[in-house]
Design a protein around this ligand. Structure first.
Ligand code: ATP
Length: 310
């Protein structure tokens, strides 16, 4: 839990990064506190990778200041790199090396490194140590990528979409691994476009949209701050007409996305009764109705009117 006065190990102030005319990151400021897992959440192209690559010193910002562990970040900030573990998006490995050989290769890059056996244990790859990288499953490969980021025993880990493309089981096993790193006192900054991941894994979530921060806080805070009631999803057929459903009893807000309407209601029973009446009168072509738990998905939907596509 983050308390007032927690130590900021990453400080980003007014970060701007452009690619030609495109403003990928538009003046964002935030801090990452020691010992937390902070998730940068946003759709493809929101600016997540650009932000973490500026922190890593791999990209040079057009404006703004970044400090990591009290030192100015940049391409030549070797004192930072020694204390940072980085997993890039889609880490490329040499396919014919074994898991053990890969870790030894990474370890050789640092004056001091964690013993390979310890890393294998930590990421649950001991049994696979003699397997070639090309024969690993997607989840095992990602665990190897995390192991390579841990080789120098860093204080801070930056993981760019660590679970992208994995099946739910492999994703959960990676969540357990990342949580165990927090228990070992590591600070983790990760990017994700999976709502469920941000909600389950992160102490705080920073939602990025078009290079700007649209929300920052713990998942619970964000949900209670931005939720507008219980979400009821209506899947509608018909000719794409969008009747004004915000006037139905109990509804505080109605958001449309293609053929789906999400009604946020204070009084779901009343709202559902009214929706059923509309369907019976033939005023809407209701195909399906789902009442669900309020989640970060709703925070994003309420703030942007869109969903993060997975
Ligand atoms: P993803 O989940 O797809 O990686 P992201 O949130 O990490 O998305 P970025 O990769 O930071 O987003 O990209 C932000 C914007 O900048 C996108 O519109 C992207 O196309 C653009 N962009 C990123 N890198 C470059 C580059 N080297 N040259 C030009 N445009 C770029």
């Amino acid at each position: 839990m983050i308390t007032m006065g927690a130590e900021a190990v990453i400080e980003v102030e007014g970060l701007v990064k452009r690619y030609g005319d495109l403003v990928a990151v538009n003046g964002i400021s935030f801090e990452v506190y020691r010992g937390e897992i902070l998730g940068l959440l946003g759709p493809n192209g929101a600016g997540k990778t650009t932000t973490v690559e500026c922190i890593e010193g791999l990209r040079i910002p057009d404006a703004g200041e970044i400090e990591v562990l009290g030192m100015k970040a940049g391409p030549t900030s070797y004192a930072i790199k020694a204390r940072l573990g980085i997993q890039l998006q889609g880490t490329a490995f040499l396919p014919h090396l074994t898991v053990e050989e890969t870790l030894k290769l990474f370890a050789a890059l640092y004056p001091k490194s964690v013993p390979v056996g310890e890393l294998l244990e930590l990421v649950a790859l001991r049994e696979k140590r003699r397997s070639r990288v090309k024969d690993l499953s997607g989840g095992q490969r990602q665990r190897l990528a995390v192991a390579t980021a841990l080789v120098n025993d860093p204080e801070i880990l930056i993981l760019d979409e660590p679970t992208s493309g994995l099946d739910p089981q492999a994703r959960r096993s990676l969540w357990d691994l990342i949580s165990s790193l927090r228990e070992r006192g590591k600070t983790v900054l990760l990017t994700t476009h999976y709502m469920e991941e941000a909600e389950h894994l992160c102490d705080r979530v920073l939602i990025l949209d078009h290079g700007e921060i649209i929300a920052l806080g713990s998942p619970e805070e964000l949900i209670s701050r931005h939720s507008e009631g219980i979400p009821i999803e209506l899947h509608l057929g018909g000719d794409g007409e969008r009747p004004d459903l915000s006037v139905l009893p109990g509804v505080r807000k109605a958001v449309w996305e293609d053929g789906t309407a999400v009604l946020y209601s204070d009084s779901p029973v009343e709202t559902i009764r009214a929706v059923s009446a509309l369907a019976e009168e033939g005023k809407i072509a209701l195909q399906d109705l789902v009442m669900r738990r309020v989640s970060l998905e709703d925070v994003y939907l309420v703030l942007t009117g869109r969903r993060i596509r997975e």
